[in-house]
Ligand binder design. Sequence first.
Ligand code: IPM
Ligand code: MG
Length: 356
Amino acid sequence: MKIAILPGDGIGSEIVAEAIKVLETLNRHFSLGAEWAFGDIGGAGYDVAGDPYPLITRDLAKQSDAVLLGAVGGPKWERLDKPLRPEAGLLGIRADLGLFANYRPAKVHAQLVNASTLKPEVIEGVDLLVVRELVSGIYFGQPRGIEVRNDQRYGFNTMLYAESEVERIARKAFMAARLRSNRVCSVDKANVLDCSELWREVVCRVHADEFSDVELSHMYVDNAAMQLIRNPKQFDVIVTSNLFGDILSDEASMLTGSIGMLPSASIGERWAMYEPIHGSAPDIAGQGKANPLATILSVAMMLQFSLDRIDLANKVEQAVEQAINDGVRTADLATAGAVSCGQMGDAVCSRLKALA
Ligand code: IPM
Ligand code: MG
């Protein structure tokens, strides 16, 4: 099996290096048999090829069984034209590979309940999954732009969903729920937006036709943002559009104590990509301070969804759990005595090896 590794920018190369240590450990001690090749994306792609999603990276991604991505973006590229910016590379690969279903689990580790800014009793036992639509909605809708009308500039975007796009993401959410606690909450803004009105109607239809065994509820996005903080344990699977999912998944990450803990899987009909949900953190890049666990847990998701090795996915998760239980903490989680990014990777690998 072949993995395309795209470290990207900022802390990307540091966190990806720790994920590679995990892959090496799996190869050596669990006969995984993974191979990988590196490609550039984001600012790194722009620097080498003048394109945040270079052709050579496209080819590499499409010839691989899975893509592992670090993070993109940084002040160095902020003033480029929008299509050349790092974020355009990330949106480009998502769209090009058709990765419409983005799975963002937020699980609170028992040992980290005190790392969250919320009260322990509110977050203890939280285990939810945000299923975010990733290749449509307001991120991609046309028309969009900045235009002068009546002597004033107007900025505009279009929130647009085809029925078929809502259907396919709803199906993924219902299927995910069947493997969990069998509950889906669809989040929209159907009291205001036409786009959301259609979204809700289609989710209801898919539910009635194919998934009536799953419990379905609906929530407006403003209320969902509030409920996530008030009582996050009420949620199992949250299914929502691109923009709402972007916002709610960052919010959900803080339940777990650090955005540095959350992995994600982005899956289409043919290809799949795995990445931490956090950004490139230019402020701490190159200092060994980053938390590699989100990337390592993204490797676990890759093992489960693309490499058909749920047994090894469980081992990686177990090794992460043990490192946390043993008190190993990077700076984002530590109150004192933080380890470096590399030491965290080593801590996970030594525990993983012991599970062989
Ligand atoms: C994410 C990020 C991206 C997004 C940015 C970097 C374009 O915030 O993956 O959540 O908005 O989707
Ligand atoms: Mg985001």
